[in-house]
Design a protein around this ligand. Sequence first.
Ligand SMILES: [Fe+2]
Length: 182
Amino acid sequence: MDQVERARDLTRLLLAESIPRRWTHSQGVGRKAESIANLVGNDASALVSAAWLHDVGYAPDLVVTGMHQLDGARYLRDVANADDLVCRLVANHSCAFIEARHRRLLDELAGEFPPVEGLLSDALTYADMTTSPDGEPVEVHGRLAEILARYGAGDLVAESIREASPLIIGSVQRVSALVTGA
Ligand SMILES: [Fe+2]
């Protein structure tokens, strides 16, 4: 079984029954990543695997710190023996460093999972931030507005996303330009 198949099966196992909407979202993000995987060359398999797995840290059994990016990455590293690059992508997806700073977990996040730079990081952010909670394609501004509304003003996740918005939009725009050939 290849890396992507394993990632998809593990995500289904962790999310499909316990939090089915996250499973639906993850399927959309995995499909979106597959559609742009040609942009990242040899890292295609890591990108698509991380896209499937990016939200497994929401699984109730995996919650330790409450920061889903870090909890998910630690599970993948310590229990699932996932590829190092996949763990780093999951840990840092969609500007996680900002939420980590708000949670006073930035030293742990950055120390355990060094950030992934460049197009590979942009591509995962693009896949996540152009996919709705129900797994449908969505425009990034609508996606960000939905997150802010869902968590509510003052919530730590909402404030982190608000702060990250310019960076997220930049990532989406860079990948969109490559996708459309603009
Ligand atoms: Fe997501």
